[in-house]
Ligand binder design. Structure first.
Ligand SMILES: [Zn+2]
Ligand SMILES: [Zn+2]
Length: 101
């Protein structure tokens, strides 16, 4: 299911464990952090639930060239942030025995 692959776009990958689409990027000015984040934007309710120290929320912005970049949310961004979609560090979902669609 490869979508349109545009040259130069940030590599989008899949989690080797669960197959979810993720973005893998080095973030940070001083000590770069290797971040694997979900590509699915969080709803405001999910962001409230995820406000815990162990899981970071990132502001995923797409520039005019279509490059996706993760920005560290240093101060609180509104849940309906206009500059980017808010995504969280990727955690594999618990293994589900069956998937109902
Ligand atoms: Zn934001
Ligand atoms: Zn995973």
């Amino acid at each position: 299911m490869a979508g349109r692959a545009r040259g130069g776009a940030a590599p989008q990958q899949r989690c080797p464990s669960c197959g979810s689409p993720v973005i893998n990027e080095l973030v940070g000015q001083w000590a770069a952090l290797n971040v694997i984040a979900d590509l699915t934007p969080l709803t405001p309710e999910q962001q409230e639930q995820l406000r815990e120290p162990n899981r970071l929320i990132w502001c995923l912005r797409t520039n005019s060239l279509g490059h996706k970049r993760l920005f560290w949310v240093e101060s609180w961004h509104p849940p309906d942030c206009r500059t980017g979609a808010h995504v969280a560090d990727h955690l594999c979902p618990p293994a589900a025995p069956t998937t109902l669609f």
